[in-house]
Write a protein that binds this ligand. Sequence first.
Ligand code: SOE
Length: 396
Amino acid sequence: MSTINVAMIGQGFMGRSHSNAWGQVAKFFTPPLKPVMHTVFGQPEENPQAFAERWGWQNASTNWEELVKSPEIGLVDVVTPNYMHAPVAKAAIAAGKHVACEKPIAGTLEDARQMVEAAKAANVKTFVWFNYRRCPAVALAHQMVKAGEIGGIRHVRATYLQDWADESVPLLWRFEKKWAGSGAHGDLNAHIIDMTRFVTGSEIVEVAGAIAETFIKERTLPGQAATGGLGDAAAAGGKGPVTVDDTVLFLARFSNGAVASFEAARQATGNQNRNTFEINGTKGALKFDFERMNELQYYDARRPRAVQGWTTIMCTHGGEYPEGHPYVANWWPDAHIIGYEHGFVNQAYDILRVLAGEEPTVPIPDFEDAYQTQRVLEAALLAAERRGAVSLEDVK
Ligand code: SOE
């Protein structure tokens, strides 16, 4: 089997989930190309050597500029905080490497645009880790909409609600615009914008209105240890300003005529990781909630009114639609449920398929595709600022 050497840049939460994916993918799937976990980059204070040994990387590096240029590397996987996505991706592309990048594609629209242009000019393959597309239930929703199971779409309702960010949480990189770009918006709305574009097969053409709010305006400075090297060690213990949103809500229109609402929050008490959508069509409806990620809810409005009701589909039956559910044939027997990390393994499999010239199981976003999501993020922030509607035509 042919192989491809992977370099991973970064080693935080996503570094662990990607390492697990690269390590598992050829055990559960038979990808056309086998990934070799060649080198992981980390800042010296993150101890990349220890990370490499724990997660199965052959080498560790503290110099990403050199690493992405190495002739031994075929694919660069970017799992850094958002502000590093553009410089790392552009350097890797300039060296002719394929690039897989965490979401959101960049901290700013301008960085995202430059990444798209660089990838086009260099003719390399790019991927963005919108992992929730690769939950079997979400991929099934995409397949059902495409097959006409809910008819024409009228309403899209999406929320991504978390509740971890109370006053006790220090000023992590996620709360600073210079590192993160935005707050709950880029972190969470990015996911549900991508998921609803994927499931509906339609583009957002207008943000009709938006609200952004930062409830906690300053937080304790944590120093470097808690921020992967980004904090100011000398200032630890003092307070610093929060420069991103805690929550962003917006209303939008899709090109298929559907109207939509989106809501991202980090202080929505009672919702720990509630990534949801509900899509209402002329013939039926679909509902997903990541806190019950193995299930898809389906309402078939073509059934007689007397027997209409929500059906819970347990998405654990492997096979091709409409007989089965994507990805799960490679995991466990029927009804043996899967978890968060499986979406990343499924994505690693599809990345390897695309690199080998094959079709992915379901569409996978490249930089160009993720740029469309970034435009919507930008339009929502503009709409909040202007307190008015913003056409996507004006955000390019
Ligand atoms: C933190 O808010 C976070 O880990 C995000 O960064 C992920 O993308 C999301 O899937 C879960 O929450």
